[in-house]
Design a protein around this ligand. Structure first.
Ligand code: ZN
Length: 572
């Protein structure tokens, strides 16, 4: 054992599983409590998170995956200050409009929740020539949100780790190209993370079109709802899912009608949106019909007041929008303006203006049915246009002809987020089973726990084995804790979700490998099987299967260890 001094052996973290004896694992234990019990994180107060060495390793691995993929599409990493001055937030109108800003005492600064304002200033201050475009930046750092009701865990805290990226292009066309390249990078990032994900069309605000997407993991614990059409296959979040009633509206059935009033930005038109009172109105769908609608002006009484003066009413118009589920004999509320001249009224019928529900017809293809899933949002890609560059005056001179004439234009932006800590919470939750957590090998705290059992009968030391691991950059940890039995060490490695447990014992140089990691390829595509079936190897290798035919243990000679674990990990 003295020889150990000459080979560096990576061991489990000091506080690895030090709480494990204080709780019994059950699937009912909330995931955030499990993360705390296993010392991945701890929570000094509600909404705050300390990252322990194990949790931080996972976070760093996810960050590295993101870095690699963002670098591939020529985004450059920056780190902006976490403090942001109020002046820019006032210019973009976000200072007063968000109750979740973390304003510091004196209200000069906030703790940054997102960095559109600051990155625009960064670009304005650093570049004045269109020749530098596109400018593409990302950062991975903490973000803050003054969450009034923080919940346990990583999904709704006051501080979270996020990758946020921003693009600045010369034109809409160039911005589209950038947007598509980010979609490509996200596809690779979520591919690297292995878990099935969904890319849903999201609301694009005033810009329209399908230029905003949310990236979700489907899971029953999610707070978002996304709809999938079984006809055209479109996926969208609830704010974007137009729907029609599943069956023809039955006019003999009475139906209670609710109404909500809106007005246009110029206050010339009163818009009355009628919908079944049992359902939820989606104001953005009303705006689809009346693009000029002012959704921020919502006070019903004040709106009606604007239209109750008989003298000025003549210059105004009234639009009634009927949801597709209503019929003319439905129970409409009284019209609030009694002296109305009917010629002022325009009526649109059969318009979908409420949130969809399970089983209704897809508003896109009008043939397929909608199916809802709960989901956890872990990323977004938004086309911003000049939403921020305009108020913050981020513009450049662009040549319009060869005579040197120029035209000043705002830069066209996009923003792209990934919730790093949310991904950890989501994968922790989604991949749990009756043994505990289960990490994809790309982000596992380490890929194999080495456990030394009884001394080898051959009397060989393990030194050369550790040298081989180090030489091949294997991401192992030796569980060298004293007075803990072999079985317990294996269980704890499984509980933490380490893909493989490797046991060195009597049979050495035959090494036992216990398989814990989840497979993300079909059974007949497993890499280890291909290697095994090829008989293209010359070392001893035996496999134990369980009743369902799944390989649970591999017994491999030291000479073949690296080849076999590489094949095993490839599919996890
Ligand atoms: Zn459809």
């Amino acid at each position: 054992m003295l020889s150990r001094r000459f080979v560096h052996i990576k061991t489990v973290p000091r506080l690895y599983c030090n709480h494990v004896d204080t709780f019994n694992y059950s699937k009912n234990l909330p995931t955030h409590e499990l993360l705390v019990q296993l010392n991945l994180i701890n929570q000094p107060r509600a909404g705050l998170v300390n990252w322990s060495p194990i949790g931080l390793t996972i976070m760093n691995k996810i960050s590295d995956i993101i870095r690699r993929r963002m670098d591939e599409i020529s985004f450059e990493e920056v780190k902006l200050s976490l403090l942001s001055h109020h002046s820019s937030w006032r210019k973009t109108g976000r200072w007063d409009n968000s109750s979740e800003l973390f304003k510091l005492k004196g209200e000069e600064y906030i703790l940054s929740p997102t960095a559109e304002e600051d990155i625009v200033n960064y670009v304005s201050n650093n570049s004045s020539s269109y020749k530098n475009l596109p400018l593409l930046y990302y950062q991975i750092n903490p973000k803050f949100r003054n969450e009034k009701r923080p919940r346990g865990g990583l999904l709704r805290g006051k501080e979270f780790m996020m990758k946020d990226a921003y693009s600045f292009d010369a034109s809409e066309k160039d911005a589209m190209t950038t947007y598509q390249s980010v979609i490509g990078a996200y596809t690779k990032i979520f591919g690297d993370l292995k878990l099935p994900y969904t890319k849903a069309e999201a609301d694009s605000g005033d810009i329209g079109g399908s230029l905003s997407h949310e990236w979700h993991y489907i899971d029953d614990t999610g707070e978002d709802i996304i709809y999938t059409c079984d006809g055209c296959g479109s996926v969208s979040n609830v704010e974007k899912t137009l729907s029609y009633p599943e069956q023809e509206v039955d006019e003999s059935q009475s139906i209670e009608v609710a109404v909500r009033y809106f007005t246009t930005v110029d206050r010339s038109t009163l818009v009355c949106a009628y919908y079944p009172s049992s359902r939820t109105l989606e104001p953005k769908f009303v705006k689809n019909e009346i693009p000029d609608l002012d959704l921020d002006f919502d006070d019903q009484e004040t709106i009606l007041k604007e239209f109750s003066n008989e003298d000025t009413l003549i210059s105004k118009s009234i639009v009634r929008i009927m949801d597709a589920r209503l019929h003319s004999r439905a129970n409409f509320p009284d019209f609030p303006i009694s002296f109305i001249n009917r010629s002022l009224i325009t009526t649109f019928t059969d318009i979908p203006i409420i949130s969809a529900i399970e089983g209704e017809l897809c508003g896109k293809c009008e043939e397929g049915h909608l199916h809802s899933n709960k989901a956890i949002e872990v990323g977004h890609t938004f086309y911003l246009g000049d939403k921020y560059s305009k108020p913050l005056d981020c513009s450049m001179d662009f040549p319009v002809n060869e005579k040197g004439q120029v035209e000043r234009r705002n830069l066209i932006m996009g923003c792209y987020g990934i919730g790093v800590s949310r991904i950890i919470a989501s994968i922790g939750e989604i991949n749990r089973d009756d043994k505990g957590l289960n990490w994809p090998q790309s982000i596992a705290p380490w890929t194999m726990t080495i456990i030394e059992g009884a001394k080898s009968e051959s009397g060989e030391s393990y030194e050369s084995f550790y040298n081989t691991l180090n030489d091949n950059s294997v991401d192992y940890r030796l569980d060298n804790r004293a007075k803990i039995g072999l079985g317990k060490k294996i269980n704890q490695s499984n509980l933490l979700g380490i893909p493989l447990a490797v046991i060195l014992g009597k049979q050495y140089p035959i090494i036992e490998i216990e398989v814990r990691g989840k497979r993300y390829v079909e059974e007949d595509q497993l890499s280890w099987k291909k290697l095994h079936d090829s008989t293209d190897y010359s070392f001893e290798w035996r496999v134990d299967f369980d009743e369902s035919g799944k390989d649970v243990k591999h017994f491999v000679h030291r000479d073949g260890f690296i080849a076999v674990v590489q094949a095993l990990l490839k599919d996890m």
